[in-house]
Design a protein around this ligand. Structure first.
Ligand SMILES: Cc1cc2nc3c(=O)[nH]c(=O)nc-3n(C[C@H](O)[C@H](O)[C@H](O)COP(=O)(O)OP(=O)(O)OC[C@H]3O[C@@H](n4cnc5c(N)ncnc54)[C@H](O)[C@@H]3O)c2cc1C
Ligand SMILES: NC(=O)c1ccc[n+]([C@@H]2O[C@H](COP(=O)([O-])OP(=O)(O)OC[C@H]3O[C@@H](n4cnc5c(N)ncnc54)[C@H](OP(=O)(O)O)[C@@H]3O)[C@@H](O)[C@H]2O)c1
Length: 506
């Protein structure tokens, strides 16, 4: 088609063609222009901590709008892409890639891309925006502090000084391998769920410990490899929702971000039309808007086929050939009465999650009670420092997605705060927003900012811009990233260096 992009045949694959065309248009309209090699970024300089999709996307937005960046990544060059660089080759998106557009120039060729396609999109973005020359690998940041002129130093002044900081360290760090009593008795192989690539599992029985998204992915791996039988040994119940774009968007559209009087309706519909004969697996004591649900449709078919079994249980001990469990009925909490049973298997997969990366490199005053993460302004800005934005690493649970438009919006809110003093909120008002969210969600079963839905996130952004008349001129830039809409003049905006971390307004 001569558009610099390989389009699918519109007759043979019309849906993919339309998807590609839409992405091509979004790129043309919304992607900021990559810097030319001789361009000197003249606006404030931003430090980005982490080179996963959040860090790379955020850095691309900054540099595209003329803000210089340095990306600091703890891992080596192979860590580009963050958690996606460390998981199985068969790992893929659970939600539709339309909800995983982490930068306008991302172009998906599949609804549910696998790891390599995701990594390739991250790498292309990184190269397109010249971030390859601005990334320091093998550089773990342990401490940030201000120099005499109020600019941020990361570990050491030799790393440069910065007006703003984006912490993009993610929520999935090292694989979590809990120390379980008796596990050394097991004679078979034990793997973490992220380390299955190349594992021979054909005709074997796989015992999966854990009942989260990684457990479901391990089950998919087992099915593809031809495992004879798979057991998912889950300590607590989580909701599973279908892998259906429309259904997933509908769930994300709850603007209240919490259980409501009407939550029983989607829950009943899920039990009736999705779980059906497996309704026993649906949580009975946990609403859908309280904990990140798993997104998967195939798991139900696999359970129905008899090749897989989902067992609600506690792990009690291990034998040479299996795991001793306490199988519980629906509604019996972990540790409650159950039936003791041995489940035998050839291999154990620990789908027990990941250690959470620490944010303790940020200044201590970011963590003063009761304004500790995720209880920050828009969940992202510590109220004591509007020049720090911790994107995608403070949230606990959500319905929505980690990698979407909001990375750009959060980044541009930071840029707005850095450039325009009249938009920069005072700590007092940032705290009042957190207090207000607490009041609005006082009846939520979780703490106010422990769970959010995607529409709630959109409401927060809108609130942030509409409440302050000085931010109105920034609206088009913040929401859409239109470079032409980036205001260049305004009271105090020429006062380049001083007080970028000092809020002045509400
Ligand atoms: C198998 C799998 C599938 C997933 N699927 C989905 C999905 O379908 N939809 C969805 O929304 N989410 C999904 N997720 C969640 C996933 O975490 C996010 O989608 C996203 O990849 C997170 O990107 P990130 O850049 O925020 O964090 P990460 O990818 O974790 O990147 C953080 C980076 O920061 C670096 N770092 C950490 N601390 C420091 C430090 N102190 N100094 C310097 N560097 C540091 C790390 O080395 C890492 O490279 C999935 C997660 C997994 C594990
Ligand atoms: N394709 C995808 O979209 C995909 C795939 C994988 C992961 N992810 C994302 O990555 C993140 C991590 O997911 P995850 O599934 O790896 O981890 P997770 O959601 O933290 O789930 C870990 C599971 O292990 C159980 N567990 C932990 N310690 C245990 C112990 N000592 N004994 C028994 N059970 C134990 C937990 O039980 P409790 O709940 O009782 O603690 C839970 O069921 C999530 O955000 C998830 O959405 C996404």
């Amino acid at each position: 088609m001569g558009l610099g992009y390989q389009f699918a045949n519109p007759i043979l694959r019309p849906v993919l063609f339309i998807y590609q065309l839409m992405q091509w248009l979004l790129d043309k309209i919304l992607s900021p222009r990559p810097p030319s090699s001789c361009t000197q970024a003249r606006r404030p300089k931003i430090a980005i901590i982490g080179a996963g999709i959040t860090g790379v996307s955020s850095a691309a937005h900054c540099i595209g709008h003329g803000f210089d960046v340095v990306v600091f990544e703890a891992g080596d060059k192979d860590s580009l892409g963050g958690i996606w660089s460390k998981v199985n080759d068969t790992s893929s998106l659970q939600i539709h890639s339309l909800m995983y557009r982490f930068h306008p120039s991302v172009k998906w060729n599949h609804g549910y891309p696998e790891r390599q396609e995701i990594l390739s999109q991250v790498r292309q973005l990184w190269e397109r925006y010249g971030l390859d020359t601005r990334t320091k690998f093998n550089t773990r940041i342990d401490k940030i502090y201000k120099d005499d002129s109020g600019r941020w130093v990361l570990d050491d002044p030799s790393n440069g000084v910065f007006e703003g900081v984006v912490a993009a360290v993610g929520t999935c760090g090292e694989p979590k391998m809990p120390n379980m009593s008796g596990i050394d008795k097991f004679q078979g192989a034990i793997y973490h769920s992220s380390q299955l690539t190349g594992t021979a599992a054909k005709d074997k029985t796989m015992l999966i410990i854990g009942g989260g998204a990684s457990a479901v992915e391990a089950l998919e791996f087992a099915a593809k490899q031809g495992c004879a039988k798979t057991y998912i040994l889950a300590r607590s119940d989580k909701w599973i929702i279908p892998r259906n774009f429309l259904v997933d968007v509908l769930f994300a559209l709850n603007v209240l971000g919490q259980e409501t009087l009407f939550s029983w309706i989607p829950e009943a519909l899920l039990r009736r039309f999705f779980y059906r004969d497996l309704a026993d697996l649906a949580p009975c004591d946990k609403g859908i808007f309280t904990d990140t649900p798993m997104v998967n449709s195939d798991v139900m078919d696999k359970l129905r086929s008899g090749k897989a079994e989902w067992v609600r249980c506690d792990i009690e001990d291990f034998t040479g050939a299996g795991i001793v469990i306490n199988k519980r009925e629906r509604g019996t909490p972990s540790g409650g009465h159950g039936e003791r049973r041995v489940v035998e298997g050839d291999m154990i997969v620990m789908a027990t999650g990941y250690e959470r990366p620490k944010l303790n490199f940020l200044p201590d005053d970011c963590f003063s009670e009761p304004y500790h993460p995720p209880n920050w302004y828009l969940q992202t800005f510590p109220p004591t420092h509007p020049s720090i934005s911790a994107i995608n690493c403070t949230y606990l649970s959500a319905i929505g997605t980690v990698g979407n438009w909001h990375i750009g919006i959060y980044t541009r809110i930071l840029l707005m705060f850095l450039v325009d003093p009249m938009t920069r909120p005072r700590p007092f008002w940032m705290k009042r927003w957190i207090d207000m969210t607490r009041v609005l969600k006082v009846f939520a079963p979780t703490d106010a900012l422990d769970f959010f839905t995607y529409l709630e996130l959109v409401w927060w952004f809108t609130f942030c811009v509409t409440i302050n008349p000085f931010r109105w001129k920034w609206a088009l830039f913040v929401f859409f990233g239109l470079s032409v809409a980036l205001p260049r003049k305004g009271p105090g905006m020429q006062d380049v260096r001083k007080g970028r971390d000092v809020g002045k307004t509400f």
